[in-house]
Design a protein. Structure first.
Lengths: 256, 256
DNA sequence: TTGCGGCATTTCAACATTCGAAATAGGCTT
DNA sequence: AAGCCTATTTCGAATGTTGAAATGCCGCAA
């Protein structure tokens, strides 16, 4: 291609493509993957050989390829640097006990949020989520709780130019979203009523660091049938606000 | 260099070097990192630009670089495929309650083990570990529990050619290690008495899948003062064996 | 057993990409 | 204002990457 910026290394990008593609499947063969990525056999062969030599990929005797946990190990060292995680654990447990619902701790990453810790609801009907999962910020309670309290300078970079529709309830334009954020600022908590995935609702509060900047978000994720006005009013929102405030206090204290 | 195998892509390898180097530090500048890795400024600049464009690295206004959670997200999708993890959770909780010690679920990866889930001991004196942490297989209880039950074909690839000494107690030669594995096979559980880190002991049992192959290991990690003969005999080993057997049963059942 | 078809691997010469020296730009300190 | 350090851009040289084609390997069908 002629318009590719000259300051990017194409070979590395291709390697990352492979890593990402492999993360989507359990296992794959060389030519299948080559077809999917649109690279030639020999090229992919070399990339896979390199990734395997470095321990990112495992090659079976039958030349089937799968990811190892190497990327995860690297990431684990990164997550561990999020101090809030350790501080938050007991508060999350308290919130889980008080609500009986799945509790998430999430941070902003790029234009989405990533779940960095969770406690599962004991309820047999619960939402399937996992630590490490990403969601678009603009259609998750967690994302809104954070976005609403970001300085407008940072916000500008993050606000989606296109509000892709994921469900019937997805907020699909800028004006409506601005109104939503204003609501969050006014009430102190954010909600998501099936805006990303059908059947999945959530409520979230922001968490602040000692400088007063929003650092993360604490949320409860609930199947629609249990996400009633009365549950919110009497249980979820009070518990969230109380735990969120206590955690923000503790976090500010923990680092002086 | 002249002796580099021609079927590896050097540029990708360099990018992985950068990823790995960044995982070791909170944050770094370009030239500092270039010095450490022995690459030229412009080269590193391009690599970092590529990694940033792909979302693996974040570049601050002051041109400081740090990893994002992207690698972790990719890894999370990989870990999620380890079915045993979900099945094991309640058993781990039971074991944690029965022993009051930190419980780990670990799998083999390359020549080491990686902790894929854990429950912290409530005890104020406890060992600092984290999910995603790696340890050499030959000097961890977990590793020995798995190695002891691996088919000898796989074992040959994994057994270290050099038994690097980490502490005074590290098993440092092949013969002694073979004896150790024989012991594990005979007794059904493995121990580690400060062989990797001073002050850290552990006991572990293997977990098997429905085909009877060793799939993972369940362990308790304990500070040396609490790792007494009587604690082992009366509490740790019985609880481990009981939970391990029950979990292996359940796991076999879960997949037919 | 042979032959066919699909996949993986290796070879190799053409070529695009990456390389680093050097020049430029931007900060911060003295 | 001068000096120093780091980040970024430029650009020609050369190195690394590329894919077509050849080869090897395996399983399957005849």
């Amino acid at each position: 291609m002629s318009t590719r910026p000259a300051y990017l290394t194409a070979t590395l990008a291709k390697g990352l493509d492979v890593l990402e593609a492999l993360s989507e499947v359990e296992e794959t063969g060389l030519s299948e993957l080559a077809r999917r990525l649109g690279v030639s056999g020999p090229t992919l062969f070399r990339i896979l050989a390199t990734l395997a030599a470095r321990g990112y990929v495992q090659k079976s005797a039958a030349s089937r390829y799968r990811l190892t946990l190497k990327a995860w190990e690297i990431g684990a060292k990164t997550v561990r640097r999020i101090r809030l995680r350790d501080v938050a654990r007991p508060f999350m447990e308290r919130l889980a006990a008080a609500t009986g619902e799945t509790v998430h701790l999430s941070v902003m990453q790029g234009d989405g949020i990533v779940i960095v810790d969770k406690i599962d609801s004991p309820h047999p009907v619960r939402v399937d989520t996992f630590v490490g999962q990403r969601a678009p910020a603009y259609c998750s309670a967690t994302g809104k709780a954070i976005l609403a309290f970001l300085p407008s300078a940072s916000l500008a970079d993050i606000l989606p130019r296109s509000y892709a529709r994921h469900t019937a309830a997805t907020i699909a334009d800028r004006a409506a979203f601005e109104r939503e954020l204003a609501d969050v600022r006014r009430t102190g908590w954010a909600k998501n009523r099936e805006e990303w995935r059908d059947g999945v609702c959530a409520a979230a509060v922001p968490l602040f660091d000692s400088s007063g900047a929003v650092a993360a978000s604490l949320s409860v994720t609930v199947p629609t049938p249990r996400f009633t006005q009365s549950a919110l009013r009497e249980k979820l929102v009070p518990a969230l606000k109380k735990t969120g405030a206590a955690l923000t206090d503790e976090f500010a204290r923990a680092r002086g």
